[in-house]
Write a protein that binds this ligand. Sequence first.
Ligand code: NAP
Length: 542
Amino acid sequence: MSVSQNAGAKASSHFDAVIVGAGFSGLYQLHLLRDKLGRSVRVLEAAGGIGGTWYWNRYPGARCDSESHYYCYSFSRELQQEWRWSERYPEHPEIRRYLNYVAERFNLLPDIQLNTKVMRADFNDESNRWVIQTESGEQFEATYLVTAVGCLSTANVPNIAGLDDFGGDWYHTGHWPHEGVNLAGKRVGLVGTGSTGIQATPVIAEQAEHLTVFQRTANYSVPARNRPLDDAMQAWIAGNHDEIRLQARRTTNGHPFDIPELSALDVSDAERAALYEAAWERGGLRFRATFKDLITNREANETASEFIRDKIRSIVKDPATAEKLVPHDHLYATKRPPIDTNYFETFNRDNVALVDLKADPIDRIVKEGIRTQAGTHPLDVIVFATGFDALTGPLFGLNVHGSDGVALKDVWADGPRTYLGLQTPGFPNLFTITGPGSPSVLTNMPVAIEQHAEWIADCIAHMRDKGASRIEATREATEKWVAHVNEAAEATLLPMASSSWYLGANVPGKPKVFMPYAGGLAHYRQICADVAANHYDGFAIS
Ligand code: NAP
């Protein structure tokens, strides 16, 4: 197969597979399909560089909440031995350096076409091929279309009246200017206190003359305890590749640590407090794994929630500010739990103010700044840390039309319906990496991504071996899977957080449906493996 990068408009280039997106998912899928299967593949990437979410998210303080030694690929021991992470949690430039290293090491760049935004994809029922059109008018045809567009890549800028009147500059954290923003001497307003806002707040507070944090929902956060990785840790990582890999794969969230078989309700108050204190000191998302039932038992969770509330009260010196920062309307980790470096401490600074939007809502944005009911907050810069149209947003952005021209957006009008998160009936030969209905955002993403990319590659190899050209999830299997996804969510406390983006609640008009699969990554891996072993049960192959 061949294609010219400068092919004229409407020239059609043929491939076995087109992959959309060049982040963690797209790079590995390309490697598998091209180098393991010998397929012709083209990756189309809208950005001017590789990295996916890490290409765009360059806001102050942006770093990964998973630890570097497992927020990375595990498929190549050599790669893992060659690469040395510098800190416990990698900062965004280091992740981009890593992904660029991977792309060069596996010679992926020649098959990645940057600055190429997909505008539409149509399935042709006669040829059993996808026809993909780009913004510049190029056309690609491929038997398989693999979406590797990420779950959190469509920025959600709130529709607040008056934004156009604002006299200063405004930015969404997910589209932070690559040259950076000089905040020195500026009065900054930051809207949003999810993982992003909580990471950005302490860093912006140090850079800006003044920072006002506009908080709609108070959030729990646990210290990250970031630190440089010393030689002993580097040696441990290098010496334990296989164990780290295996452990990450056999756990609920794809993190290489086990959750103890201990209920928060089966220990004395003193023992429980000591365990929480140790987890607080250790830092990170592992706090969620202090007990086995924090995500499933309300009473158990209350003990963790209350521990963090007390921590907030002890850190923040002004009691009125502390009380505004204490969350009461949801339980710890029922929304994606942030981790932080000095978030609550930042509210002790003289140049930081907190506005509680529940008590004092935004009226509108005016030329001078943000006007709430109590008055105007003068600002030079507004930072929207207001999240994403998660999971479905990036897929709808591709404008996908399946059999008979049906649009994915219409089929999912009441919420996503997938089989294993991998496929949707009516969209043959379309595979989604970490889509809705898969564990995706409830996990350490690279582990979930590797599993999906490997499953898809194995499936395409199976198709080749059978001489088949069309694979489509059946409606029956999909309905069963959707019911199971709901059942798995209901077995946890997660759907109780009614404003969570897991439910699509952060985007006005989006159907409120719990989107990721909460049954655990290890369990999900087994289901996918069984489906494949059972002749791709639930898929129609021809
Ligand atoms: P988010 O969790 O959706 O948080 C958005 C924040 O903006 C919330 O506090 C929300 O308030 C607020 N908000 C939204 N619309 C608003 C409006 N109209 N007015 C006032 N406030 C508004 O988004 P995020 O913080 O960007 O994080 C999204 C996800 O990205 C995370 O959960 C995580 O999975 C991922 N992430 C990962 C990392 C990492 O690993 N390093 C870092 C950052 C993000 P409500 O709560 O009231 O809706």
